[in-house]
Design a protein around this ligand. Structure first.
Ligand SMILES: [Zn+2]
Length: 343
């Protein structure tokens, strides 16, 4: 019986050496050590019929044989695995100039936030506070306090969403709602901007949205004049659209300023030559502004004889659309990845 073990060991070791791949090795392992009909397994099963003395000598040798075969198998197995790995990696083409794949996809700021941050930095450098205000606002702060009393026609142009059973509460239509809040809280002199979300109850199209972003500015001090206002706004548009951008102010009526103006810049798309976006005029309207109406200053609890001020309001969505050449406002809040990934 001992000879049988030696014989099986020798042939097994030779066979292991000649194996060419892991499938062959697996088949050989099964042939020798398979639990049901493995050659070595069967031989080992025969040990139980030996006398106890034979068991002692043969058993020890059988165990050695089994271990030798098993470790030769294990060695062959890892040798084959290494060889197969090298072979498969040689097959893959490798381009060393290929950029590393991103390990994770990372988010980034929305274009509206990018422009808002830029403006906040600019205004902060000019000594402005950055203020916040409630989106659910009272009728008083949104309209009455900024010189738009009940039944004033300007209310018709700013329809919004009202709260059921609370007729005095509404979703603010403009960040101007924070003007009087800021005056009441901080008094004069005052320099503040208010970026934020506003709402309009209107049907949407390429240029209109029910939810929009504005940035309001308010300055109160003694001896404020129109020139101060123009100087600040010139800085803003040059910072946003480049030093060569020109600004012009044209009279326009807003209830909370007197006089009021429309701020227009040289068209950023055609550089003033005239195109579809600027309706061939070469100018684009980007904000409303003016000297604050004394009624509004009084409403803020400030002496309107001693202090004057100016205010301005930008539509952030419009600034973003012009900056990046976007002609459809609704994509801004669409959550569309194809659009957002461009920024
Ligand atoms: Zn143009």
């Amino acid at each position: 019986m001992l000879e049988q073990f030696i014989k099986i060991k020798n042939s097994a070791l030779a066979e292991i050496q000649s194996v060419k791949n892991s499938a062959e090795l697996e088949a050989l392992e099964n042939k020798l050590l398979g639990r049901k009909n493995g050659e070595l397994t069967n031989l080992l099963k025969g040990l139980k019929d030996l006398s106890s003395e034979e068991k002692k000598s043969v058993g020890q040798a059988a165990n050695d044989v089994k271990q030798t075969i098993e470790s030769a198998m294990a060695e062959k197995k890892s040798e084959l695995a290494r060889a197969e790995w090298v072979k498969s990696s040689e097959k893959e083409s490798m381009d060393v100039t290929q950029p590393a794949l991103p390990s994770k996809s990372r988010g980034h700021f929305h274009p509206i936030t990018l422009v808002q941050n830029k403006l906040e930095d600019l205004f902060a450098s000019m000594g402005f506070m950055v203020l916040d205000g409630p989106e659910l606002e009272s009728d008083y702060y949104n309209f009455t306090a900024v010189n738009i009393p009940e039944n004033h026609p300007a209310r018709d142009t700013q329809d919004t969403f009202y709260i059921k059973k609370h007729p005095n509460w509404l979703m603010r239509t403009q960040t101007s709602s924070v003007q009087v809040r800021a005056m009441q809280k901080y008094g004069a002199p005052l320099r503040a901007i208010v970026p934020g979300r506003c709402f309009r109850n209107e049907s949407t199209d390429a240029r209109h949205e029910h939810t929009l972003y504005q940035i309001e500015g308010v300055v109160i001090d003694s001896g404020i004049n129109f020139g101060n206002m123009k100087a600040v706004l010139e800085q803003v548009v040059k910072n946003l659209y480049g030093a060569e951008t020109k600004l012009r102010l044209r009279p326009k009526y807003y209830p909370f300023v007197e006089p009021g103006v429309n701020g227009e810049i040289t068209c950023v798309l055609c550089q003033g030559k005239g195109c579809r976006v600027c309706k061939q005029s070469g100018w684009l309207e980007i904000f409303g502004a003016g000297l604050i109406h004394p009624n509004v200053i009084k409403e803020g609890g400030i002496d309107a004889k001693k202090y004057q001020g100016f205010a301005f309001g930008f539509g952030l969505d419009r600034l973003v659309m012009l900056k990046y050449g976007i002609d459809e406002i609704r994509v801004l809040k669409s959550g569309e990845m194809k659009f957002l990934e461009q920024f």
